[in-house]
Design a protein around this ligand. Structure first.
Ligand SMILES: NC(=O)c1ccc[n+]([C@@H]2O[C@H](COP(=O)([O-])OP(=O)(O)OC[C@H]3O[C@@H](n4cnc5c(N)ncnc54)[C@H](O)[C@@H]3O)[C@@H](O)[C@H]2O)c1
Ligand SMILES: Nc1nc(=O)c(N)c(NC[C@H](O)[C@H](O)[C@H](O)COP(=O)(O)O)[nH]1
Length: 261
């Protein structure tokens, strides 16, 4: 089903072109993208969903999804939002969602069988997810059967007790080596965003900023270290929101690659 509201402004799609995935030889291209308000908060309270993006920037999110192989979120986001994690932006040449949802769920808490995504998969409006669980976690058998029957998988990787950087390297490598994923759009939530901001293990950063303060109950995103070397910074301003687009500095990327690849 085509969504006529998912139309991106021409000047926004032009600006985004420099930040969309390019092919790499040895690892996926990673885009970190989320929507925040003026006080760097992404939700009004922990565990709740807060609508931030205007229709214009929501369309942008789906346009970006259209350009990636996978969309990754943490289990906190899935439990709070019951997200669709499909792509509702359609080009004239393409009529189906082909982005693969990936959920980081170390303890296999998600009941995929009860989720909105499962209904969309049944209706052929989304792909079944890859669910990353800790190596020592045994997912529920009936959930596992249903997941496989719809085309998804549980993937066991060492997560609990591992250094943060090791966890993310393992995720990127697993998706690259075994699932042919060449680009990953990381959408949240707060824990995942904070970890990637701190590690710097992303190629592009695309942040929607809405003109509201959420106050001190809101969920903050911020890296643990100062970052002042983002490259190729551009701003786009729409009816309500502004969008920051930037590329990771080559120094940070080289450091990351030297250590890990
Ligand atoms: N505004 C936005 O753009 C946006 C985007 C996504 C989510 N959100 C909001 O964010 C909130 C959810 O954030 P959150 O922090 O609770 O959840 P999250 O989605 O970041 O998931 C956190 C969970 O993922 C797992 N995890 C993440 N990194 C891990 C690691 N390195 N090792 C082991 N396990 C790891 C853990 O189980 C952890 O509890 C919700 O309110 C949601 O609506 C907002
Ligand atoms: N760009 C953006 N603007 C927002 O106002 C908002 N609340 C989110 N939140 C991101 C979070 O990952 C959500 O869970 C997914 O955006 C839900 O995705 P769906 O639309 O259900 O596919 N993201």
């Amino acid at each position: 089903m085509a969504h006529r509201d998912m139309i991106i402004d021409g000047d926004l799609s032009s600006a985004l072109a420099a930040y969309l995935p390019v092919p790499y030889n040895d690892r996926p291209f990673v885009t970190l993208t989320y929507a925040q308000l003026l006080d760097s908060r992404i939700a009004a309270q922990p565990g709740t969903r807060t609508v931030i993006s205007h229709q214009q920037t929501k369309a942008m999110t789906h346009y970006i999804r259209h350009h990636h192989d996978a969309i990754l979120v943490g289990i906190g986001t899935v439990l709070a939002d019951d997200p669709k994690l499909n792509c509702r932006y359609y080009l004239a040449t393409s009529s189906s969602s082909s982005i693969r949802p990936v959920v980081l769920d170390p303890h296999a808490k998600w009941r995929y069988s009860q989720s909105q995504l499962r209904s969309l998969v049944d209706a052929q409006q989304g792909l079944a997810p890859l669910i990353l669980v800790d190596a020592d976690t045994e997912p529920d058998t009936s959930e596992s059967h249903l997941l496989q029957a719809t085309g998804g998988h549980y993937i066991k990787i060492p997560v609990i007790g591992q250094p943060l950087q090791t966890v993310w390297n393992t995720i990127y490598k697993q998706l690259w080596d075994h699932h042919h994923i060449r680009s990953i759009m990381v959408e949240g939530g707060a824990t995942v965003i904070n970890d990637l901001l701190t590690l710097g293990n992303y190629d592009s950063l695309i942040v929607t900023i809405g003109p509201v303060f959420l106050g001190d109950k809101g969920v903050v995103v911020s890296p643990q270290r100062a970052i002042a070397d983002l490259q190729a910074v551009q701003w786009w301003t729409g009816i309500q929101d502004s969008v920051l687009m930037a590329r990771q500095s080559s120094t940070t990327l080289n450091k990351y690659r030297l250590i890990n690849y």
